[in-house]
Ligand binder design. Sequence first.
Ligand code: ADP
Ligand code: ZN
Length: 439
Amino acid sequence: MPIWNPEYESMPRDDLEKLQGQRLSQIAAYVYHKIPIYRRKFQEMGLTPDDIQGLDDLKRLPFTTKQDLRDEYPFSNFAVPIEDVVRIHASSGTTGKPTVGGYTRKDLALWAEVMARTVTSCGVTNKDIAHNAYGYGLFTGGLGFHLGYQTVGATVVPVSGGMTRRQLMLLEDFGATVMTCTPSYSLVLAEEAAELGINFRDRMKVRVGIFGAEPWTEEMRREIEERLGLEAYDIYGLTEIIGPGVSVECEYHNGMHINEDHFLPEIIDPKTGEQLPYGAEGELVFTTLTKEAMPVIRYRTRDLTVLHAEKCSCGRTVVRMEKVRGRTDDMLIVRGVNIFPSLIEKTLLNVDGLEPQYQIIVDRSKEQLDRLEIRVEANHRFFDPIDTRVLDQLRADAESALLQTLGIRTDVKLLGPNSLERSLGKAKRVVDKRELYEG
Ligand code: ADP
Ligand code: ZN
């Protein structure tokens, strides 16, 4: 498959690392001179920009956390005056103030470039009609993809989120060949189609789906590809770095290629901050090498993954990151056991008869014991008429599968079709009621 910018995406690693080193020392000087919080951080560590000569000096630089960016809300961490900023985006900000992203004209051109690489990696060309169901607005998903599709010359349909039936009509009438949204919303589209008596697989021409913005497992990919009849690509990004366009899979689906000439990745031990080698799991950290309005140095994403640097069969030489296992702050500690929601998803989807719709509820009993309840929808065929014998068996199967993978007992509650609330954007899988009792 074609590569949008082979000069950079397939650059020999030695050359790439040299380029990254040069850009790193430039950006270190830039943030030192332009952004007060970085100058403060450098001074506290006794660092000057001259200390940063190449990639080996990366680990000497200070980290940036989400809290650092919140403290500078809204614009104090911009490196340029506001009159040079032509666009603002923001993260959803479920807890407290959102983090803001600012873009100069040059940053938007960079975004267009990395998004053109992204959609090309998924096989999109100017012949495609692209149904873009990511939200348009402060969220980076909608406008980010919009730029990418336009740049490669695809016909973009800026449908944004919501009005699911209308989306189905447009998908069919316009003959979309590519679609983008969260993985959870892709299932909502398939379900709504089924409700209307339409088989999404057969009726729609969509051959490629580019899904991201939330963690999803290989099991979920299988489910989505089967129901929608398309090839599903994972895409990763975050507002603090640029939005979508940080990394994406190629046709080999063996990890997401990072646009490393612009976004320098590292993996660290989340507890000690120590840099870890390729192949080790830890927290993903990014330094933006070329951004103008809002460069960040060693930004801690809180996302857990593994990096691999071997050349890929597609010809790209940039590193690949594995599917994100979850955020460090999504990890549940239940009765002393660490549990990632993605492990629960994987286990449930391997039980035949369960639907890919679930919610995890953690609660604490009067005796201070944590309880893990998993609500999951069972296939509609068990409800019409209701077959309690089969449902009891299914519940027992799910509980024993979860006991085996998690190592602790859970209570599974089976629900009928469409019982759980569907999301137009990022799905909310975990409800932690224990927070109510704290303090
Ligand atoms: P918010 O922090 O409000 O969710 P963003 O929209 O910037 O704001 O979301 C970025 C976060 O979304 C990432 O840090 C990561 O946790 C998650 N994310 C994005 N893409 C993926 C993906 N493909 N797989 C797993 N998680 C993802
Ligand atoms: Zn590849």
